[in-house]
Design a protein. Structure first.
Length: 141
């Protein structure tokens, strides 16, 4: 069976835009369990509970906030949250490349393969550029 792309994006490198597809490099083999009621095997759902009153809190009565190290609670309303939400985009701006092996693999959540999405020539040029030895400008002195 052919690999199926998980996501499409456009890599922006300088003035060049390269359409690409992302493929999972690993197959998810984890077992995903559901929580079930022991009496009748019905799925159970988690609820939000106020820890001080032990009362259930309805979703519409929940606010979002941040508690910085100082301990004051900063409440954010929907408009404030929307103002910091990035605009939806499939563009990924590449601002710097690092040599292979420079970044420890433990910092990656999950590996992906990258493939072309329609423009084989642009993708091939990207691969050719990545395969060239890095030219570094070392500061003098």
């Amino acid at each position: 069976m052919a690999a199926r792309a998980m996501w499409k994006a456009i890599l922006v490198i300088g003035r060049e835009k390269i359409p690409v597809k992302f493929y999972a490099a690993l197959q998810d083999r984890d077992v995903h369990f559901r929580l079930l009621d022991a009496k009748d095997d019905a799925p159970v759902k988690q609820v939000m509970v106020n820890p001080e009153t032990e009362e259930q809190v309805a979703k519409e009565d929940v606010k979002r906030g941040v508690i910085p190290a100082e301990g004051d609670v900063v409440i954010l309303d929907d408009n404030e949250l929307a103002s910091v939400e990035p605009a939806p985009s499939r563009e990924i701006e590449v601002i710097q490349f690092h040599p292979l092996g420079e970044i420890d693999r433990r910092f990656y959540r999950r590996p992906y393969y990258l493939g072309p999405d329609g423009s084989d020539a642009k993708y091939a040029a990207l691969i050719a550029a990545l395969e060239k030895p890095a030219r570094r400008a070392w500061p003098s002195g």
